[in-house]
Design a protein around this ligand. Structure first.
Ligand code: A3P
Length: 308
């Protein structure tokens, strides 16, 4: 287990996804005011939102023709899943081919500084561990939040389904790790309380997994408006269709290789009810209430409680 993770500034990360060098190199990222930043803790739906944002950018570029490669319709089909992390291999690390991990964005630092606008940057990091230039540049940030119980449930299945993460014999073992900051990318509650400080900034928009699931048309519309991307009704429908769970699952071998089915598991709400016992439910309610200081649970737009 210890070999799979390393610690940086008190938080564990998988060694195959990133390294201390990446964190250091990241400091030199020059954010741009038109960058599109997606911040979300692992398993909160970052691949889903990554797909939506990539498509929105493709539409934006096609319209504004601000890129040499202004895209034709059929090329939109081929648009890389996560724009920044799409190259597969990179110099000096032939082993590492996890192309879709949001943090892998930062592996392509050199390339990133050269990438034309608008870039989609996806990250699982705490705000304090992001390059300062992201906040200085006033780049807009979409903050994605998901019911912590479903995050934990998804994370448990994911950890056991992917060889580069520690696996857990039982759900109870995972629950303890999740609640005590022993899972990669740190504690979700800490993540929430750190990002809570930014939710009132005008450059930050918050969206929950649950509201997007409930009304994807409205969600995509709001996201596009926030990033200043005009959409026709047809384009809106196409983004919603391409980012549906069914479409993404169908396409997952292409986008995520052998791990496709692990990334696109159930894609629903409240699967936590199949794992949590009463005591775990209470513990998580308590932890959630303690950490959601600024955003009260009522404001969170998801019902994190529910009957076991
Ligand atoms: P489940 O394990 O509950 O199914 P991330 O992308 O941050 O790793 O999050 C993964 C979770 O998002 C998984 O949840 C996955 O099924 C779900 N997901 C991925 N794509 C989705 C989509 N298009 N619509 C809804 N949920 C999606």
């Amino acid at each position: 287990r210890d070999e799979l993770l390393f610690s940086y500034k008190g938080i564990l990360y998988p060694v195959t996804f990133c390294s201390a060098e990446v964190f250091r190199a990241m400091e030199s990222l020059e954010a741009r005011s038109d960058d599109i930043i997606l911040a979300g803790y692992p398993k909160s739906g970052t691949n889903w939102l990554g797909q939506i944002l990539s498509d929105l950018v493709a539409i934006f570029e096609k319209k504004t023709q601000n890129k040499e490669s202004s895209m034709k319709d059929e090329e939109l089909e081929e648009f890389p899943y996560l724009e920044i992390g799409d190259t597969g291999k990179y110099e000096g690390d032939e082993k590492n081919t996890c192309t879709n991990c949001p943090l892998s964005s930062f592996r392509f630092l050199k390339r990133m500084n050269k990438l034309p606008s608008r870039r989609v940057i996806v990250t699982h990091l705490l705000p304090e561990n992001l390059p300062r230039s992201i906040f200085k540049s006033k780049a807009k940030i979409l903050l994605l939040i998901r019911n912590p119980k479903d995050v934990a449930t998804s994370f448990y299945h994911f950890s056991n389904g992917i060889s580069t993460l520690p696996s857990y014999e039982t759900w109870d073992d995972f629950f303890v790790a999740f609640m005590t900051k022993k899972v990669p990318w740190g504690c979700y509650f800490e993540y929430l309380s750190k990002w809570n400080k930014y939710v009132d900034d005008e450059n930050v928009m918050t969206i929950t997994y649950e509201e997007l699931k409930e009304n994807p048309v409205l969600g995509v519309k709001n996201i596009a408006a926030f990033f200043g991307i005009p959409l026709t009704e047809k384009e809106l429908q196409s983004v919603v269709e391409r980012s549906s769970f069914q479409s993404m699952k169908k396409n997952s071998q292409k986008t995520h290789g052998a791990f496709g089915s692990v990334f696109f598991r159930k894609g629903g709400v409240s699967d936590w009810k199949n794992l949590f016992n009463e005591d775990q439910n209470e513990k998580m309610d308590k932890a959630y209430e303690e950490h959601s200081d600024k955003i009260t649970p009522e404001d969170m737009l998801f019902s994190y409680r529910g009957i076991l």
